[in-house]
Design a protein around this ligand. Structure first.
Ligand SMILES: O=C(O)COP(=O)(O)O
Ligand SMILES: [Mg+2]
Length: 229
């Protein structure tokens, strides 16, 4: 069956947001009297939304166990202030993103972003990135009751687009995207250049690993076009 739509993850798939996320995380740590963390460590904490990123960077622990809820509230407030100040300053589109999105568009596939990043950070970032016009809908980490790896946000995007999940291709960089897509009964591709919570993308249960969004478009059109025999 040909694909009707593509659902794209944001952080680590379309945009490299680690420099800005690291600056905001370390800005928060500095205000709280904590030493900075490396970008690599912070990248391994990205993927399950901002609250988890703050929990993990506060405790410097992937499980996010922190001493008390007051610290977390304060951390979120400080992180938010720092991230709003730098969001998009150093974020860059990965190579092949614009070519890939143009190829999907030319093939008549409809597109939406499904990210665990909250709306307050996602919309200004996408507006600055120059690619917002490709997407009919933006589903953020706070749009639905549950985030990826739950299938809910992907299924919500399907409802907004009025497409059957069986006709949808999801593309992401992490275990959260892979699990959510599988649970939603969608085909899913992984890119290897993002942030898979410190794990190798080859461990993911996906249909294929592609080096870029451009290659993802080639994969989709090669495997599932209307001209398929
Ligand atoms: O905000 C995050 O934790 C990651 O966002 P993503 O779902 O776009 O990768
Ligand atoms: Mg991601």
């Amino acid at each position: 069956m040909p694909f009707a739509a593509v659902l794209l993850d944001l952080d680590g798939t379309l945009l490299d947001t680690i420099p800005d996320l690291a600056n905001a995380s370390n800005g928060m740590r500095l205000e709280l009297g904590l030493p900075p963390l490396s970008r690599e460590t912070i990248a391994s904490y990205v993927g399950k939304g901002t609250e988890n990123l703050v929990l993990r960077t506060l405790s410097n622990n992937p499980d996010g166990s922190t001493p008390d809820a007051g610290d977390v509230r304060q951390g979120l407030e400080i992180f938010g202030r720092h991230y709003h100040a730098v969001n998009g300053d150093q974020a860059v589109l990965y190579p092949g993103v614009v070519e890939g999105l143009n190829a999907f568009k030319a093939a008549g596939l409809r597109m939406a972003v499904v990210t665990n990043k909250p709306t307050e950070f996602t919309l200004p970032l996408l507006a600055r990135s120059g690619i917002a016009g490709f997407f009919e809908h933006i589903v953020c980490g706070d749009t639905c009751e549950r985030k990826k790896p739950d299938p809910m946000p992907l299924l919500h995007a399907c409802e907004l687009l009025r497409v059957d999940p069986a006709q949808v291709l999801a593309i992401g960089d992490s275990v959260n995207d892979a699990l959510a897509a599988r649970a939603a009964n969608m085909a899913v591709l992984a890119v290897p250049y993002g942030y898979n919570e410190g794990m190798d993308v080859r461990t993911l249960e996906v249909d294929d690993i592609v080096m870029s969004i451009k290659e993802a478009a080639r994969w989709a059109l090669r495997n599932h076009t209307n001209n398929e025999p």
